[in-house]
Write a protein that binds this ligand. Structure first.
Ligand SMILES: CC(C)(COP(=O)(O)OP(=O)(O)OC[C@H]1O[C@@H](n2cnc3c(N)ncnc32)[C@H](O)[C@@H]1OP(=O)(O)O)[C@@H](O)C(=O)NCCC(=O)NCCS
Length: 186
């Protein structure tokens, strides 16, 4: 908390976006548990991190070292599939989900990806709005895709990641949000 001219206001904590590491798995599992009806367990996440050539996971970390969001994708050839994106409920609506997505898309672009797909629950207005902001379009519906409640999944795709126009757009967003990937190879 910091005092401003108009009174007290919250100073947003700086959040670091970077590769998800094994040391962050406990926090990532907690985020997973709080975000999803059928969360992945620690072993599944650990196995994902081990498959480094195909999988790419990024995290959002507070200065204290606590991880409050993470996202991941699989990359095969020039296609990527975003398998997960979640932000701890106490830290939502402060730009973390967007920064994770932008960072992930830039990493996909580095790997030569042109098309990115994902599935999202038909009721998930927040996530669909985020993906729409980054020009994902709904391609169709997978009926009864989610086993916990039989909900439909909307299949969304971003088809233009490898275009100059999109890369200029995403680079601008990364600058504005200060979330471009560093030089690490992931
Ligand atoms: C979806 C989710 C990752 C968004 O994370 P977040 O950090 O709260 O989102 P941000 O603050 O970065 O918001 C970015 C954009 O997302 C959309 N958005 C986020 N929360 C929203 C809400 N409650 N209602 C509508 N749009 C919302 C908006 O387009 C927003 O852009 P804006 O600020 O210009 O309006 C988060 O709500 C979450 O973890 N949900 C549970 C897990 C989940 O559903 N993951 C997606 C699986 S496909």
């Amino acid at each position: 908390m910091a005092a401003g001219a108009g009174g007290l206001f919250m100073t947003p904590e700086p959040i670091a976006i970077g590769p998800l590491t094994p040391a962050q798995l406990d926090d990532a599992c907690e985020v997973e548990r709080l975000c999803f009806a059928t969360p992945w367990g620690r072993e599944a996440l650990e196995a994902e991190l081990g498959r480094s050539s195909m999988c790419c996971y990024v995290s959002a970390t507070l200065p204290s070292g606590r991880t409050v969001g993470y996202a991941g994708m699989w990359v095969v050839g020039d296609e990527a599939h975003i398998g997960t994106l979640g932000v701890h409920p106490d830290y939502r609506r402060s730009g973390i989900g967007e920064r994770l997505l932008v960072n992930l898309l830039l990493r996909a672009a580095r790997r030569g990806v042109g098309r990115v797909t994902l599935e999202v629950r038909a009721s998930n207005v927040a996530a669909m709005s985020l993906y729409g902001k980054y020009r994902f379009r709904a391609l169709g519906v997978r009926r009864g895709y989610y086993r916990d409640n039989g909900e439909d999944a909307v299949l969304m795709a971003l088809e233009e990641l490898d275009t100059e126009r999109y890369q200029a757009f995403i680079a601008d967003r990364a600058d504005a949000l200060d979330c471009a990937p560093g030089g690490e190879d992931s």
